[in-house]
Design a protein around this ligand. Structure first.
Ligand SMILES: *[C@@H]1O[C@H](CO)[C@@H](O)[C@H](O)[C@H]1NC(C)=O
Ligand SMILES: *[C@@H]1O[C@H](CO)[C@@H](O)[C@H](O)[C@H]1NC(C)=O
Ligand SMILES: *[C@@H]1O[C@H](CO)[C@@H](O)[C@H](O)[C@H]1NC(C)=O
Ligand SMILES: *[C@@H]1O[C@H](CO)[C@@H](O)[C@H](O)[C@H]1NC(C)=O
Ligand SMILES: *[C@@H]1O[C@H](CO)[C@@H](O)[C@H](O)[C@H]1NC(C)=O
Ligand SMILES: *[C@@H]1O[C@H](CO)[C@@H](O)[C@H](O)[C@H]1NC(C)=O
Ligand SMILES: *[C@@H]1O[C@H](CO)[C@@H](O)[C@H](O)[C@H]1NC(C)=O
Length: 730
C-alpha cells in the first residue's frame, strides 16, 4: 500500500512536467521522506490557503529547514548588480546570477522583516514573494518563500520552499540577508526569472514584525532586468563632454515640447571613441517666479537623442547655431535635417549606457570641427513651468577600441498613420527595414549587431526585433515580453548577431490599449505611440535610419475610406511625405494647414503633430455612409469592441503593404522609397513553453551550508526508476 502511493506520486511528479499542471497537486512538493505515507497523502488533501500557510509556517518555525545562525558569515560573492530600490537607499538589492540560479543580497533599514517580490505587474497580486527576517531573540535568520493571492493583497506561504538561505544578520539598524533560488523553479507559485523586464517589489516591515507576512502593503516596485549583462566603464580614465541645454524655460501650457540645439564637438586632434553616456537631468520647477531644486520632483524630460550632423562647408552658420539657445523642434532650420545619425538615445528609466568593450562610436575623426544636435523631448502633461538644463554626458577615450560602431534607427516611421485601436489586449504593428535597403548600404560581409534599445510608449507591452534571411526567419535579435516604458535600457545581444546585406529587419510591437477609449495615433507625445529600435552595430555603414509605414491609400482603404473633399489621396500622401514641410503644396492645402495651425493653438500646444491635425481636417466624401465626417471622427466612432473588425484591420495593416524608407547618414536615400508586400518567409517555429519540460527539475542547488544541505534532497534516481516502471506497465 505504501509503495503504491509512492509509485503514483512518482508518476505524477515526473510526468507532470510535460502535462498541463493540475490545480490541486503541487508537483514540486518535496516530501522530506518519500517512503512516509502520511507525507504523500497530505499532498492530495485540499486545504484552505490560510490553513496551508499556518501549517507551513509552523513547520518552519520548528526549524525544519532554511535557517542559518550567523553573525559573522557572509558569502564572498562579487555582486554584479546593485540597485537602491527606494529613493532614500533604505532598501539595497544586490544580485549575481549563473545560467541556472540567482543569488540576492538584501540590505534594508529595519529590524523587522524584509520582503522582496517578482511579478509582471506592479502589485503583489499573484506575485512571487520572499520574506526574510532575523529573529531578535537568537539572531537566527530565516527566509520564507511566499506568493501573493490573486484577489487580495496578502502573502501566503508557498507549498514548496525554493529559496535557500545563505546568510543573514542584523546590526543596530539594518537587516542583511543573502539567499538564492533557481531562475526557473518549475513551481507554479514562483515567477520565472528570465530576460524580460521584471517588476521587482519591495517592502520593509516595521520593527518587531519578524515572522509576519506582508499584508495590504504597497511599499514600492522597480522595473528591472535581472539577467542583463553588465557593461562597465573602462578602468582607464575617461574624458567627458557635457551636451546640455542652458536654462531653457518650459512654459506651463506646453504638454509636449521638442527642443533641438546644435553643439560643437570638443576639438580633438585625432579620432577618439565614445564609449558611453549618462543622462544629466536638471529640471527646476518654477514656484512663485523662482526656480527651486526639489528632491523627488519628476522631471518632464521624457527622452533625449544626440545626433551627428553630416558635414557642411558653411561652418559660420553652424557656429552661430552652436552658440544659440536652440529651436522649438518644428521650427528648426531645414539645414538641421543633416543631423540624422543617432549617437546616443536615452529614455526615462535608463541610467545611461556603456558600450561593450570591443566597440566605440568615433568622435573627432575628421580632426576638426564637427556638429551634433541634441533633441530633448519634454512630456509636461502636468503643465508645470520648469527651468531646464538637462542633457547627456558623453564619455570618450583616446584608447581606440577594436571596432567603429554606429547606431541604426529602425521600426515604424513616426506618423499619424500608425494607429492602435482602443480596447485591444494585444494589438500588433510592424516596421520593416527592407532587404533592398540593407543590400545597398551594407558591406559584403554584413554587420555585427551588438545591442538594441527597444522603444515604445505607455501602451507598449512587447517589442521584438525579428531577423529574416532569404525566406527564413532566424531567432529574434532581441525581444522584450514585459515592456515597461519607465525602464528603457538597451539590451546586449548575447554573442552578437551577424546580419548580412539583403537580410530584413522587422520591429514588431504589441500594445495593450484596453484602458483607452479612443484610437491612439503615432506621434512623439507620451500619449501617442511609437515602435522603434535603435540598433548598435559595427562596422559603421552609411545607413542611419530604416523605417516603414502603411502607404496612404492602403491605410485609408483599410478604414473604409475612398475619397476626401478637396484633396486627392496622392496629395494627402505628399503631405505625410513632406514631413511638415508645406511650402510645395497647392494653396488649398496651405489654407487647410493654416486652419489646422489655428485649431492647434486653441487647445494646449502640442509639438510636431506628425499628421494628427490633418486627420482632424480631412472630410470624407466617399463612401456616402461616412460622408461629411472628418476622418478622425470616423476613426473615433468605429465599433472597436468588435474583435472581427480589429483582427481584420490588424492583419491587413500588418501583413499588407508597407512603404519603406532607407535614409543615409548624409540625409540622402540609400534605396528609393518603395511600396512592397510584407516579406514572404517561413516563421520560426516558436517552441511552445508548455512543451518545454523542466528538465532541470531534479537539479538541486549545491549546498552552501551544512544546515540546509540534505533536508532538501529528494532522491530523484529512486523516483525515476520507479516512474519508468509505471510508464512501461501502462
Ligand atoms: C549595518 O548594516 C548595514 C548594511 O549592511 C550597513 O550599511 C551599516 O553600516 C551597518 N551599521 C553598523 C552600525 O554597522
Ligand atoms: C541658470 O539658472 C540658474 C538659476 O536661476 C543660475 O544659478 C545659473 O547661473 C544659470 N546658468 C547660466 C549658465 O546662466
Ligand atoms: C544587391 O546589390 C547588388 C549590387 O550591389 C545587386 O547586384 C543585387 O541584385 C542586389 N540584390 C537585391 C536582392 O537587391
Ligand atoms: C454634406 O455636406 C454638403 C455640403 O456641406 C451637403 O450638400 C450634403 O447634403 C451633405 N451630405 C450628407 C450626406 O450629409
Ligand atoms: C511564399 O513562399 C512560399 C514558399 O517559398 C510559396 O509557396 C508561396 O506561394 C509564397 N507566397 C506568396 C504570397 O508569394
Ligand atoms: C525547437 O525545438 C527543436 C527540437 O527540440 C530544436 O531543434 C529547435 O532549435 C528549437 N527552436 C527554438 C527556437 O528553440
Ligand atoms: C537514491 O536511491 C538510489 C536507488 O534506490 C540509491 O542507490 C541512492 O543511494 C539513493 N541516494 C540517496 C542520496 O539517498
Amino acid at each position: 500500500m505504501h509503495l503504491q502511493t509512492v509509485l503514483a506520486l512518482g508518476a505524477i511528479l515526473l510526468c507532470d512536467a510535460k502535462l498541463p499542471r493540475k490545480q490541486h497537486i503541487q508537483p514540486n512538493e518535496l516530501p522530506s521522506n518519500p517512503t512516509q505515507n502520511s507525507q504523500a497523502l497530505r499532498l492530495l488533501q485540499i486545504e484552505s490557503k490560510s490553513e496551508k500557510t499556518s501549517r507551513i509556517v509552523n513547520q518552519y518555525r520548528r526549524n525544519r529547514r532554511e535557517l542559518f545562525d550567523s553573525k559573522s558569515y557572509e558569502s564572498s560573492l562579487t555582486w554584479a548588480h546593485s540597485e537602491k530600490l527606494d529613493e532614500n537607499g533604505d532598501f539595497v538589492l544586490r544580485w549575481v546570477n549563473s545560467d541556472s540560479s540567482i543569488t540576492f543580497r538584501l540590505e534594508a533599514k529595519t529590524l523587522g522583516y524584509v520582503g522582496l517580490g517578482f511579478n509582471s505587474a506592479m502589485n503583489m497580486r499573484g506575485a512571487d514573494l520572499v520574506v526574510a527576517w532575523v529573529d531578535d531573540r537568537n539572531g537566527i535568520a530565516r527566509v520564507l518563500d511566499c506568493h501573493g493571492l490573486a484577489f487580495d493583497d496578502r502573502a501566503v506561504a508557498d507549498e514548496v520552499q525554493n529559496y535557500e538561505l545563505i546568510s543573514g544578520y542584523q546590526n543596530a539598524t539594518h537587516t542583511t540577508v543573502e539567499f538564492r533560488r533557481q531562475l526557473d523553479t518549475c513551481d507554479r507559485q514562483d515567477f520565472v526569472i528570465g530576460e524580460d523586464t521584471t517588476q521587482v517589489l519591495w517592502a520593509i516591515g516595521p520593527e518587531g514584525s519578524d515572522g509576519q507576512l506582508p499584508e495590504h502593503v504597497h511599499k514600492g516596485s522597480r522595473p528591472l532586468r535581472l539577467l542583463q549583462p553588465v557593461s562597465k566603464p573602462d578602468s582607464i580614465p575617461l574624458w567627458h563632454w557635457d551636451v546640455r541645454l542652458n536654462n531653457l524655460t518650459i512654459p506651463h501650457d506646453m504638454a509636449t515640447l521638442f527642443w533641438c540645439k546644435i553643439f560643437k564637438a570638443p576639438d580633438l586632434p585625432s579620432k577618439h571613441h565614445i564609449v558611453g553616456y549618462q543622462p544629466l537631468i536638471d529640471s527646476r520647477p518654477i514656484r512663485n517666479g523662482r526656480p527651486v531644486v526639489e528632491k523627488n520632483s519628476l522631471s518632464p524630460v521624457h527622452h533625449m537623442v544626440l545626433y551627428e550632423c553630416a558635414e557642411d562647408p558653411d561652418k559660420n552658420m553652424w557656429n552661430e547655431w552652436a552658440d544659440g539657445d536652440g529651436f522649438f523642434g518644428p521650427n528648426k532650420p531645414s539645414e538641421w535635417a543633416a543631423c540624422v545619425t543617432p549617437i546616443a538615445a536615452w529614455a526615462m528609466g535608463s541610467k545611461g549606457e556603456f558600450l561593450p568593450e570591443n566597440v566605440g562610436i568615433p568622435l573627432g575623426e575628421k580632426a576638426g570641427v564637427s556638429y551634433y544636435m541634441l533633441e530633448v523631448h519634454y512630456d509636461n502633461q502636468a503643465l508645470h513651468e520648469v527651468l531646464d538644463s538637462s542633457g547627456i554626458r558623453v564619455h570618450y577615450t583616446p584608447a581606440l577600441r577594436a571596432h567603429d560602431a554606429a547606431l541604426l534607427g529602425a521600426g515604424v516611421g513616426v506618423s499619424a498613420l500608425h494607429v492602435i485601436p482602443p480596447k485591444q489586449r494585444q494589438y500588433r504593428t510592424v516596421g520593416i527595414c527592407s532587404p533592398e535597403c540593407t543590400n545597398s548600404t551594407m558591406p559584403d560581409e554584413g554587420i555585427n549587431i551588438v545591442s538594441v534599445l527597444l522603444h515604445a510608449h505607455g501602451t507598449g507591452r512587447k517589442i521584438s526585433l525579428k531577423h529574416i534571411r532569404g525566406n527564413q526567419e532566424l531567432p529574434a535579435i532581441s525581444e522584450e515580453n514585459n515592456y515597461d516604458a519607465r525602464y528603457q535600457q538597451s539590451r546586449i545581444v548575447p554573442g552578437g548577431r551577424k546580419f548580412l546585406r539583403g537580410d530584413t529587419l522587422i520591429t514588431e510591437c504589441t500594445y495593450d490599449s484596453t484602458s483607452r477609449e479612443k484610437p491612439i495615433l503615432g506621434g512623439y507625445s507620451a500619449s501617442q505611440e511609437m515602435c522603434l529600435s535603435f540598433v548598435l552595430y559595427y562596422p559603421r555603414t552609411e545607413l542611419a535610419g530604416c523605417y516603414s509605414m502603411t502607404p496612404v491609400k492602403e491605410f485609408f482603404e483599410t478604414f473604409g475610406v475612398k475619397e476626401f473633399y478637396g484633396l486627392t489621396i496622392l496629395q494627402v500622401e505628399n503631405i505625410f511625405l513632406s514631413n511638415g514641410n508645406l511650402d510645395s503644396l497647392p494653396p488649398q492645402l496651405l489654407e487647410m494647414a493654416a486652419a489646422r495651425q489655428r485649431s492647434a493653438e486653441e487647445s494646449a500646444m502640442q509639438g510636431d503633430d506628425q499628421g494628427v491635425g490633418l486627420m482632424k481636417e480631412l472630410v470624407i466624401l466617399d463612401p456616402p455612409e461616412f460622408r461629411n465626417k472628418t476622418f478622425m471622427a470616423h476613426l473615433n466612432e468605429m465599433p472597436w469592441s468588435e474583435p472581427l473588425l480589429t483582427e481584420k484591420i490588424e492583419m491587413s495593416l500588418y501583413k499588407g503593404m508597407h512603404m519603406t524608407f532607407c535614409k543615409k547618414r548624409d540625409d540622402s536615400w540609400g534605396a528609393p522609397i518603395q511600396i512592397q508586400n510584407y516579406p514572404n518567409y517561413t516563421e520560426l517555429m516558436n517552441n511552445d513553453t508548455a512543451e518545454k519540460s523542466c528538465h532541470y527539475k531534479n537539479v538541486i542547488l549545491p549546498s552552501t551550508t551544512a544546515s540546509s544541505a540534505h533536508r532538501n534532497l529528494f532522491n530523484w534516481s529512486a523516483i525515476l526508476a520507479v516512474c519508468s516502471i509505471i510508464i512501461v506497465a501502462r
